[in-house]
Design a binder for this molecule. Structure first.
Ligand SMILES: Cc1ncc(COP(=O)(O)OP(=O)(O)O)c(N)n1
Ligand SMILES: Cc1nc(C(=O)O)sc1CCOP(=O)(O)O
Ligand SMILES: [Mg+2]
Length: 223
């Protein structure tokens, strides 16, 4: 995103369609950058690089290329798991889960990064907000096992309502979300939805992202 301060980035972010680029789920006819560009054309406001297999040098190269692309669309770019990569590549932010560097420590070494974290329950969400998280991914809403074998059992969209009643920071639902079930997630209080397969594995990532955003809008209007 082409603004400098963390606060400004957070104010400008459109959370409705948050697309997670995991190279393991790419459609066979598409590479990472092409998929990212199509998602941005379809209206993704946030992209995340979730690459569990590449070495650090490749991660930095990929992250830098994706950050440049996101800058052109005024979208937020987040790196999964790796504060070092986010800093080295000049990224907007990082997403940290329970097995990554704790949010409070990351905030201490990277005060300007947007930091997201993962919460399944309201109690964890409140704790993470207190540690300095800027936004939360709440899951697994539906069945996420194909993309994340260690995901929790489905908690349903009600999990979002439980979290949003306890925190002030933006919340996105994650896990098994499609254009058919996304409206229920935003209707329960989410600012948006985060997806892998629905966009990355799609034969039309642009249309898939657009459909997701429209579904989120329907849920937002119903609130
Ligand atoms: C937006 C968003 N929400 C949750 C996650 C999951 O992060 P984590 O719990 O660290 O699991 P991995 O993705 O690292 O397997 C996420 N990546 N993005
Ligand atoms: C990366 C991730 N985190 C989850 C959580 O529950 O925190 S579920 C998940 C996988 C999301 O992939 P898909 O959209 O293909 O279901
Ligand atoms: Mg992680």
């Amino acid at each position: 995103m082409r603004v400098s301060s963390r606060q400004e980035k957070l104010e400008r972010t459109d959370w409705r369609a948050y697309v997670i680029l995991d190279p393991r789920f790419l459609h066979k006819e598409r590479d990472l950058l092409e998929t990212a560009q199509l998602a941005l054309r379809g209206g993704a406001g946030v992209l995340q690089l979730r690459d569990k297999e590449s070495d650090a040098q490749t991660l930095v190269e990929r992250a830098q290329a994706l950050q440049d692309l996101c800058d052109g669309y005024d979208a937020l770019f987040i790196v999964n798991d790796r504060v070092d990569v986010a800093l080295a590549a000049g990224c907007d932010g990082v997403h940290l889960g329970p097995h990554d560097i704790p949010v409070e420590r990351a905030r201490a070494i990277a005060p300007d990064l947007v930091i997201g974290s993962s919460a399944g329950t309201a109690e964890v969400a409140k704790f993470l907000q207190g540690q300095g998280a800027d936004y939360l991914g709440v899951g697994a809403i539906y069945d996420a096992h194909p993309s994340k074998p260690d995901a929790s059992a489905p908690r349903g969209p009600q999990a979002v309502a439980l979290v949003t009643s306890q925190v002030e920071i933006p919340v996105v639902g994650i896990g098994g979300i499609t254009a058919d079930n996304a409206a229920a997630v935003s209707a329960h209080g989410a600012a948006g939805v985060a997806v892998i397969r629905q966009v990355v594995a799609s034969d039309d990532p642009e249309a898939a992202t657009r459909a997701l955003r429209q579904a989120v809008d329907r849920g937002l209007k119903s609130r």
